[in-house]
Design a binder for this molecule. Structure first.
Ligand code: PGA
Length: 244
């Protein structure tokens, strides 16, 4: 079985000085793949200071070049050393109007440049309470597949992030996560992409990581708040190493 993957999502946090301290305190853990997705302005700093962790960004333009003020292309991210880019995070969907089709186009842009898109999917609380979690996730995945084609799905990392668990301190229970992960795995397997990794994200902390990573179908985690504290992030990486 592949090593687990732990990805830090810094969101809109950091400063040159704070980053330097954090980069100095995190490092590779044997038996786990780890990466951090930092804000664009800090990619160069991260590329020179990170030891043993891969680099990623938090969003990407669907466009490659041209008159698109403010956009950052996947090719630029690759040139700066990125291996991953998060696409379709729920904050980008809800706050910045990214719809399913746009998420698909961003995933395609990432693949075009040789990056692995970390495609975030997940239901809102209302959708969960209506029993629609699997439908929502399936719709979001279908939209990506429609743009990139099923043959590219194995190069994608899927992150299941229930919206109600993000930043709330209320992670999905092992049982709740397992049901959706099994659904995502079935969806991938049905399209010849069983090799794709499926991460869980949403209030993963040092004290719940081991149980989540021991859950069948969970190949690692996408970590928000806890990725900003070196001790917590390293503890989560160690939990992933021992849960592999
Ligand atoms: P959280 O965020 O770990 O702070 O809940 C996860 C994410 O948004 O990727």
């Amino acid at each position: 079985m592949a090593q687990k993957l732990v990805v830090g999502n810094w969101k809109l946090n950091g400063s040159l000085a704070a980053n330097e301290a954090l980069f100095g305190a995190i490092g590779a853990v044997a038996g786990v793949d780890a990466a951090v997705c930092v804000p664009f302005p800090y990619l160069a700093q991260a590329a020179s200071s990170l030891r043993g962790l891969a680099l990623g960004a938090q969003t990407v333009s669907e466009f490659q070049t041209g008159a698109y003020t403010g956009e950052v292309s996947a090719e630029m991210l690759a040139e700066l050393g990125c291996r991953y880019v998060i696409v379709g995070h729920s904050e980008r969907r809800s706050l910045f109007g990214e719809d399913d089709a746009a998420v698909g186009r961003k995933a395609a842009a990432a693949l075009r440049a040789g990056l692995a898109p970390i495609v975030c999917v997940g239901e809102s609380l209302a959708e969960r309470e209506a029993g629609r979690a699997l439908d929502v996730v399936g719709r979001q995945l279908d939209a990506v597949s429609a743009v990139i084609g099923a043959s590219a799905l194995a190069r994608v990392v899927v992150a299941y992030e229930p919206v109600w668990a993000i930043g709330t301190g209320r992670a999905a229970s092992v049982d709740e996560a397992q049901v959706v992960h099994a659904g995502i795995r079935g969806w991938l397997a049905g399209r010849g992409a069983a090799a794709a990794r499926v991460l869980y994200g949403g209030s993963v902390k040092a004290d719940n990581a081991a149980a989540l990573f021991a859950t069948p179908g969970i190949d690692g985690g996408l970590i928000g708040g806890a990725s900003l504290a070196a001790r917590d992030f390293m503890a989560i990486c160690r939990a992933a190493a021992s849960g592999a």
